[in-house]
Design a protein around this ligand. Structure first.
Ligand code: FE2
Length: 401
């Protein structure tokens, strides 16, 4: 990177300390799709980042979050607001001018991630290539984000999401937790504590932001990677839908099924985010339901969706039994285990009540994802053509070849 390289804050972490810190969570990132790091940013530096963000917001350099929504594929795009959310791109000169420390740490984190996770083939280049940084303020009042993937499908090349939280006085009850929903595993809630760094795979980890009742600052660094979105959804004759679904946690192909598998959760999160705009919310919910219905009606895709729902239910039972002190070895052997509990005592297990949701439409993520699947014992080859985005209706057509 180095876009008008800002002068670093004197307490800025070194590239070597960040790289070794990130490398230490490499196994967690590889096995669970996410990792949480506390203490990598010196407290003084984290405070400097917070002050930069607060000043930017005070100077009204963060703008209301807007996104495009189409109620149907043929409908015109409407630009609508996401309530209580303000954002800016670091690449904007007038923003970067006031965000020297954020610029410095963004470059360092992207470079450190590239060095720490060679298997991801990340591509942070000079002058900010292969990296995007967004600054965000959630004003509270229930501001939140519905379930989504940061990489909704081609042409996005986002491979790794790095979130830096800047809320030194966050307290229980403030809300605004990040909720990660690793494929079929129980969700987990992560408080947005000051100086906390959360990493997760942009193409693999479904997530949302829970309603915030206090002002909340963060910035996100997205790093592109080679060979992103090359996953294929393959159902060979020798394998059942259940076996294939159990392995989708490591494949971006899970995005084809996500809305249908997490239908109720998507819908509830959409209502939490957009509920104040009654008509718009109703249209989004209708679109989501139509998408789910299309998935349920499309032969091989429906078979996978059904198997995934079943595994999800079983894993929820496993989690409940583990919490109660018992185990369920049959399921544990059949599917990847749920992520280990975080070591940080402040990480909260997600409660099912009030944590469901759907996703917000956005033109930028309205990308078509194409997958090829080989289905069933008849070796039927199908092409799944689906809008794997957070937003628009997955035009889940299944074309038998
Ligand atoms: Fe996100």
């Amino acid at each position: 990177m180095g876009r008008g390289m800002p002068h670093g804050h004197e307490d800025s972490p070194s590239l070597s300390s960040l790289t070794s810190g990130l490398a230490a969570v490499g196994p967690s990132l590889a096995s669970c799709g996410y990792a949480i790091l506390d203490g990598l940013l010196p407290p003084c530096f984290a405070l400097a980042l917070h002050d930069e963000m607060a000043t930017l917001h005070q100077q009204q350099l963060l703008r209301p979050h807007r996104f495009g929504f189409k109620s149907s594929p043929s409908a015109p795009v409407r630009i609508v607001r996401k309530p209580h959310i303000y954002e800016a791109e670091l690449s904007e000169p007038h923003v970067r001018e006031h965000a020297a420390s954020i610029g410095t740490v963004s470059e360092l984190v992207a470079s450190a991630a590239g060095a720490a996770f060679p298997e991801l083939q990340l591509s942070p280049g000079p002058n900010g290539e292969g990296t995007a940084v967004k600054l965000q303020c959630n004003e509270g009042h229930g501001g939140c984000f519905p379930l989504h993937f940061d990489n909704a499908g081609p042409p996005s090349c986002r491979k790794l999401t790095c979130l830096v939280y800047l809320n030194p006085s966050w307290a229980e009850g403030d809300g605004g937790e990040l909720e990660l929903v690793p494929w079929l595993a129980p969700p987990m809630q992560i408080p947005p504590l000051g100086g906390r760094l959360v990493l997760f795979r942009s193409d693999l980890v479904l997530h949302r932001v829970l309603p915030s009742r206090a002002r909340r600052f963060c910035f996100t660094i997205w790093v592109d990677g080679a060979r992103t979105n090359e996953d294929k959804l393959v159902l060979p004759e020798s394998r059942s839908a259940r076996e294939v679904c159990a392995e989708l946690g490591r494949s971006g192909a899970q995005r084809l099924l996500s809305r249908a598998v997490y239908a109720a959760e998507y819908e509830a999160s959409l209502a939490a985010c957009m509920g104040s705009s009654e008509q718009l919310c109703a249209e989004m919910v209708a679109q989501h339901r139509a998408h789910v219905a299309a998935c349920d009606a499309s032969g091989p895709l429906a078979k996978l969706v059904h198997a995934a729902r079943e595994l999800k239910r079983e894993l929820a039972h496993v989690a409940a039994e583990v919490a109660a002190g018992t185990t369920a070895p049959i399921v544990a052997a059949a599917v990847p285990p749920p992520p280990p509990p975080p070591s940080d005592a402040q990480l909260q297990p997600a409660t099912r009540a009030g944590t469901a949701g759907a996703e917000a439409p956005s033109v930028e993520s309205d990308a078509e994802a194409h997958r090829t699947a080989r289905a069933g014992s008849s070796a039927l080859t199908v092409r799944l053509s689906a809008c794997a985005c957070s937003d628009s209706l997955v035009r889940a057509s299944v074309l038998v070849l």
